[in-house]
Each structure stands twice: as structure tokens, then as C-alpha cells.
Design a protein around this ligand. Sequence first.
Ligand code: NAD
Length: 381
Amino acid sequence: MKIGVPKEVAKGEARVALTPESATHIRKLGHECFIESGAGAAAGFEDAAYEAAGVTVIKTAAALYKAVDVVAKVRPPTETEVKRLRKGQILISFFYPAQNKKLMELAAKQGATIIAMDMVPRISRAQKMDALSSMANIAGYRAVIEAANNFDRFFTGQVTAAGKVPPAKVLVVGAGVAGLAAIGASVSLGAITYAFDVRPEVAEQIESMGANFVYLDFEDSNQDSASTGGYAAPQSEEFRQKQLEKFRELAPEMDIVITTALIPGRDAPKLWTEDMVKAMKRGSVIVDLAAERGGNCELTRPDEKIVTENGVTIIGYTDFPSRMASQSSSLYSNNIRHMLSDLTPNKDGQIVINMEDDVIRSATVTHEGEITFPPPPPKVK
Ligand code: NAD
């Protein structure tokens, strides 16, 4: 089939859903690859590199949508992009169906099949297609780099002829995929790293990475995340108060705070309050990876970097993966090519939307004129 990748239309988005290398793999599945001219330029992939990998370059997005059977992209489509889809055409991209109901209805009306990369279930077999994780990993790493860039001191401690430098202290709140990547980057830069999560099962993982798990003097029956598929559940008010008390105690000591705490389907919990920001030292940095969902810090402004009156920098950027566009495009396009590989079971260039397959079923949110979201729970763990 003909697989085409348009240039991303979201302002500032530098990623692309296909790299020349992944095109080579996709072609081995029996497909032909097409790309809109200039689509990879911001991520460092020029038209000539695609052509050398056997990809046909098409001048405009409109012509590309007309020419192909499957469109692959990164960001959820705009209304204009959905309107371009025709009956039987397939779109593979991040989609966030719960937040994009109108677009989903429109796509179903057009008769297009939407495969949402964010709906790939978090089961072992699907890890190679788990674009949420591949992008969260980059965001966590980049958050530390961004913090270091805005911090006026070393992360690691040093004893030099010119004087002794204490190591920076970093607190990571939330130890999911992004948080663990942030912990890894922070430890490797030499900071004394602390981390907290409401899921106690991550304590061992945090400690094995050389960081310190922040324990609360509190037992909460809600804390068992096995009942929520490994995700965090909202905490009791009493637990939340204990958590805030602990953070208040840590705030004056921490140089860098990286917050990544999320609960599926909800606004980000407010965990770093205004008084905690005020208690931090001048020159400290907060990077709020939950900014897109309202932020974990009360003072975060999404997409902005601010400096408070007491000299604390708060970074609320929501485009961390796009800030490392070459790396994130490589990993994302690998996720896409693995998805295409599962959708092409016979490697004969024919796509099969097998609704009996847990992974494909979960990710498919519209098909044959119907909305197929939400999916039934996966049969296999
Ligand atoms: P996420 O982005 O939904 O949330 C980030 C982290 O914030 C989570 O660790 C969560 O426990 C934590 N959090 C929520 N409320 C908090 C609070 N009040 N205080 C502190 N921390 C809080 O998480 P994610 O990165 O998507 O990972 C969530 C789960 O999915 C984990 O169990 C992870 O191991 C699992 N996972 C599995 C796979 C796989 O098997 N393929 C892949 C990725 C993630």
C-alpha cells in the first residue's frame, strides 16, 4: 500500500513521522513510501535523504493525502486534515480520542480508519509501538538538560583548587517513564537525586538507579496501583496533606524540582504550591512536565518560562520531544514502522485491521464508519 507522511502543521512542531531509515524497513513490508517535501527538514532529514531511501517526495500536503492509502503523522490531526481523509483511508497518529470526540465523529463520518498511537495498550508485546513511552523518555531526559541550562551551578559536587562546590539536589516528583528518565539523567550528571511517587512499587527501581526514594510516614490503601493497571489513582485528602507536608520540608533544600505526576484522564494534581516556590532558594529551577495538563506546580504557565520575584525559574514548556526532533523522530518513526509491521501480517503490502488483535483493537478508534472507542479491556496482560 501507499504510506504517506505530511509535514506537521502544529506551530513549532519539528518532529516527523518517517525517517529515511524507517522507510527502508516499511518498504520491506511491501509498501511504498511518500513524504511531503520539507516534512523532515526541521528534524534534520532532507528530501534528498528520503529519495536515497526510495521514498517519493510530493510537493504539497493536499497531493500527498490524495496519493496515499495510509497517512502517518505525529500530532493529532486538525479538522482540515481530517476533512482530507476519504473512505477507507487510514490515519496513524497520536489522537487522544477522549479529548478529541468531534474529530473522531468527523473521521467516522468520512469513513476513515483512525489508529491512535496513544491508545496502544501498555502490554509487553506492544512495547515496540509504545510512542507514549518513547516520547516520555525523551521529555524526562530533556527536562533535566533544560534545568541544567537554567541553573547557574554544577550538578556534580567538586573539590577544586579554587574552592569546594556542593552537588546540586534534584527532586523528581512522579516516577513513570518520564520521571525515571529524568532520574537517570540527573544521577548521571552527578546531582544528589530524590524521587517520590504514589506507587510504592517504584521505590526499588528508584533506589537501584542511585536515587533516594522519599518515604512518607503514612499508609494508604489507595496506594495499590495494581487495581488501576499500574497507573496512579487519585489519593485521599489525608495522603495528599502528608505529601504536601513532606514537599514543604524539602522545598528550601532542593535546587531543581522536576514534576511529572499524572493521573490518566484527569487534570494534573497540584503538588508544588506557591508557598513551596517561595520557600525555594534564589537560582532554583522547576521544570513542570505536567504543564500541558494544567501543571503540577501552582505557578506554572504552559509553554512559558517565568522567573518569580524570589528568583526561581519555572519552565512549563510542552514541546520537550520536539526540542530533540531528530532523536524523537527516529524513535517515533520506529514505533510507526512496528505498528505497520503488525498491520501487515503477511509482509505483502496489504494492511489488515484485525479487530481480534488486542493491540490493533485498542488503538483503532474509528473503523468502517463507526466509532470504535473506547475499546474493551485487553484480554492479554
Ligand atoms: P503517567 O505519565 O501516567 O504518570 C507519571 C507518574 O506520576 C506515574 O508514575 C504516577 O504514579 C505518578 N503520580 C501520579 N500522581 C502522583 C502524585 N500525587 N504524586 C507523585 N506521583 C504521582 O505514567 P506513565 O509513565 O505513563 O507510567 C504509568 C504506568 O504505566 C507505570 O506503571 C509504568 O510502569 C507503566 N508502563 C508500562 C509499559 C509497558 O508495559 N509497556 C510502558 C510504559 C509504562
